[in-house]
Design a binder for this molecule. Structure first.
Ligand SMILES: [Zn+2]
Length: 344
């Protein structure tokens, strides 16, 4: 089949690639409609590796997808040909200790699309377990379906924060993950989200998503904004979604006593932080790795329009122009949030 293949660092091609994909009794085959480009896809293209995951053989990119069920295995009762779906791209070993504990995203044996050596979904069809394939509500488009994967990260972060109605949250970084985290925080009951970035168009877009206060950290003090918004108390939750070491280290400065910092971004190196600044607030620190058990909730929130991800889909390319889409995603305009590829 024709696929978008990362041959090695810096070399992407649309080409034929033979895949042996047997369909098991619990699997479905999905015709892919729309695929979002993730920061991790771009990182593999530019650097050929993320941490311990190194591209050593040709790899199909893409892990954010919506599509249509084409065929189902004999044991599948929940899905039928013609169903519009999106897929959770990480499939754990169902018998692993992590999976049995409900921590399937932490299963060391998880097979995650477009993480070497597992192929991604920038190709016409995929075979996938029905258990990790979710029906789209009728009013949710394929493009929105392809946004469920990044949205799941924001929802998982909101869950880990244990939000309460009326919380004030800070989101550090207004990239795609910062944006979906802001949406998840508002849907989770936050009265206000204060979001930071250094790109004015991203902050303007974030401010249009709801009760969101944008802070351009090049010209404004986040600490001042938080103080004013919270009567000098601090934010109940700080979501670190920039991956910038300086932002991560500063997260405790704007936190309320008893508050929670959720570390979402992945800094490229260890980050020193002020332990005492965290201790004097008895800060709770949470970390997340991808997500677990949130796709159905993400789809329910999209279906009811409590969350609308459509403003975040800023750029669309045809599958035939996939390489151009990736080159654009390496150097996007500041107005860009999510670049998607339409397969047909
Ligand atoms: Zn992603």
């Amino acid at each position: 089949m024709k696929a978008l293949v990362l041959e090695k660092k810096g070399v992407l091609q649309l080409r034929e690639l033979a895949l042996d994909e047997p369909m098991g009794p619990h699997d479905v085959r999905v015709r892919i409609h729309t695929v979002g480009i993730c920061g991790s896809d771009v990182h593999y293209y530019q650097h050929g590796a993320i941490g311990p995951f190194v591209v050593r053989a040709p790899l199909i990119l893409g892990h954010e997808a919506g599509g249509v069920v084409e065929a189902v295995g004999p044991a599948v009762t929940s899905l039928h040909p013609g169903d519009r779906v999106c897929m959770e791209p990480g499939v754990p070993d169902p018998d692993s200790r992590a999976t049995r504990l409900g921590l399937y995203n932490l299963d060391p044996a998880v097979r995650f699309w477009a993480t070497p050596p597992v192929h991604g979904c920038l190709r016409p069809t995929v075979v996938h377990p029905a258990a990790f394939t979710f029906k789209l509500p009728d009013n949710v488009s394929f493009a929105e379906g392809a946004m469920v994967e990044p949205l799941a990260v924001g929802l998982h972060a909101a869950n880990k924060a244990r939000l309460r109605p009326g919380d004030v949250a800070v989101v550090l970084g207004a990239g795609p993950i910062g944006m979906v985290t802001a949406l998840a925080a508002l849907a989770g009951g936050c009265s206000r989200v204060i979001i930071t970035d250094v790109q004015a168009p991203k902050l303007a877009l974030a401010a249009s998503l709801g009760p969101v206060t944008p802070v351009d950290v090049r010209t404004e003090s986040l600490a001042d904004v938080v103080r004013r918004a919270t009567d000098d108390w601090g934010a109940d939750v700080v979501f670190e979604a920039s991956g910038q070491p300086a932002a991560t280290a500063q997260a405790f400065a704007v936190l309320a006593p008893g508050g929670c910092v959720v570390l979402i971004g992945m800094p490229g190196a260890p980050v020193p932080f002020d332990v005492v600044a965290a201790q004097v607030k008895e800060a709770r620190i949470e970390t997340i790795f991808r997500y677990a058990h949130v796709f159905p909730r993400a789809l329910a929130l999209l279906g009811s329009r409590r969350i609308d991800v459509r403003p975040l889909i800023t750029d669309r390319y045809a599958f035939a122009d996939s390489v151009a889409a990736f080159d654009y995603a390496c150097q996007p305009r500041p107005t860009s949030v999510k670049v998607q590829i339409e397969m047909s």
